[in-house]
Design a protein around this ligand. Structure first.
Ligand code: CU
Length: 128
């Protein structure tokens, strides 16, 4: 095979590796929040026909700021609800809305749209 052929093979393999990474790690494992020096874990979440990422991992004992970027005007996603925190927030279309939470216990907390159709999960982890 020529050098060009090898290049195509290498590009193909790289693409396959990236797709695998995306499905098995990026999506499946959820996004882990970076914690700022101020002790705030800020996570951007895209709202368009669902929550992306749908699973968010944050360390316990940090303030969590979930920044919902709602890029649609479907009425389904106009509200987001965190039942465990008693939070219900309106998300204006094509705007970013921050929801701040302070989880005090490790665990798995669900969030959803006002009708319970779109669902996401916030995993609060004990980290040492
Ligand atoms: Cu809905």
């Amino acid at each position: 095979m020529s050098a060009a052929d090898w290049g195509v093979v290498a590009a193909g393999l790289t693409l396959i590796a990236l797709i695998n990474w995306y499905f098995f790690f990026s999506e499946g494992d959820g996004a882990t929040a970076a914690v700022s020096s101020g002790g705030v874990a800020e996570v951007p979440i895209l709202v368009r026909g669902g929550y992306s990422p749908a699973t968010v991992r944050v360390p316990r004992v940090t303030r969590v700021r979930l920044v919902f970027d709602r890029q649609e005007d479907s009425s389904c996603s106009e509200e987001v609800v965190f039942p465990d925190f008693g939070v219900r927030r309106f998300l204006p279309a094509h705007e970013k809305t921050s929801v701040e939470l302070t989880p005090t216990a490790a665990g798995t907390y669900e969030f959803m749209c006002g009708m319970g159709m779109l669902r996401g999960t916030m995993v609060v982890e004990d980290r040492t």
